[in-house]
Design a protein around this ligand. Structure first.
Ligand code: GDP
Ligand code: K
Ligand code: MG
Length: 267
């Protein structure tokens, strides 16, 4: 039985560099069916039973671009055994926006904070233990370019997949939002696996029509969405986005310290 690890992260976070480091020459490059988005698959050096997917770089699981559609469809239909979420340590706050969404898929996530060579050179500090605790998922530091920590990260991802424990997202939205998500989850029925219900509930709340198009039975939850929008005086999609940003800001507050340095002049 092979184990599938999906590399997911923002564009330019170092996915392909990591993919090359982990797979060496054991890789196959093609296109995703029907689209001209590159598909890269390879086998882990020293462990041919581990398949690694280099997914297109994405900023969010609310798909606007072709890359986002391809990556999201892969994650929801192929269900890799584990997601290795690569984040750019020099751009942590922005990168965590996708991470909070990946953790809602009901697939185990290992976060690898990449570009640690630059972070250290800057003298910035990331409290990995605290980050892991706040996110509710294991976190490792790597430098894909230097190859530091990458085989250990792959090993930890394999171990996480083997545990096959669903890690439930620890992040909770506000009480009003959690209440409506729970109501929507109850409307979902048996067609959606238990561990995926939270993801689908959030997407239904956001009125994501690409998700409802994939569902065989779409519950009518419009009245629930409207009620919450009225109570919170905002549209559903913005409510979710804003609460994610608030959550991320609170994480960054406790985990990231930027060394005081003079801003480079751009003039
Ligand atoms: P992708 O878009 O996520 O596939 O990112 P790439 O692997 O193409 O990397 C984007 C850029 O970041 C390239 O110039 C890499 O050489 C560089 N890069 C990737 N990982 C690291 C790292 O750990 N440290 C440093 N300094 N640069 C890195
Ligand atoms: K790139
Ligand atoms: Mg790439």
């Amino acid at each position: 039985m092979s184990i599938k690890i999906a590399l997911a992260g923002n564009p330019n976070c170092g996915k392909t560099t990591l993919f090359n480091g982990l797979t060496g020459s054991n890789q196959f490059v093609g296109n995703w069916p029907g689209v001209t988005v590159e598909k890269k698959e390879g086998r882990l050096k020293g462990n041919k039973d581990v398949i690694i997917m280099d997914l297109p770089g994405i900023y969010s699981l609310s798909p606007y671009t072709l890359e986002e559609v391809v990556a999201r469809n892969y994650l929801i239909t192929e269900r890799p055994d584990v997601i290795l979420n690569i984040v750019d340590g020099t751009n942590l706050e922005r990168n965590l926006y996708l991470s909070t969404q990946l953790m809602e898929l009901g697939i185990p996530v290992l976060m690898a904070v990449n570009m640690m060579d630059i972070v250290k050179k800057y003298g910035d500090e990331i409290n990995i233990g605290q980050l892991s605790k706040k996110l509710g998922c294991p976190v490792v530091e790597i430098s894909a370019l230097k190859g530091t920590g990458i085989m250990e990260a792959a090993g930890q991802a394999v171990a996480l997949a083997a545990q096959s424990r669903q890690n439930a997202a620890v992040h909770k939205f506000s009480a009003d939002v959690e209440a409506v998500l729970e109501e929507i989850e109850r409307c979902l029925g048996d067609g959606i696996p238990e561990e995926q219900k939270r993801f689908y509930a959030i997407k239904l709340f956001e009125r994501d029509d690409k998700i409802t198009a994939r569902m065989s039975m779409v519950p009518d939850v419009e009245h629930l969405i409207r009620r919450t929008e009225e109570a919170l005086d905002d549209d559903a999609e913005s409510i979710i986005t804003n609460e994610r940003y608030t959550y991320i800001a609170s994480i960054i507050d406790g985990c990231y310290r930027r060394k005081h340095r003079q801003k480079l002049s751009t003039s």
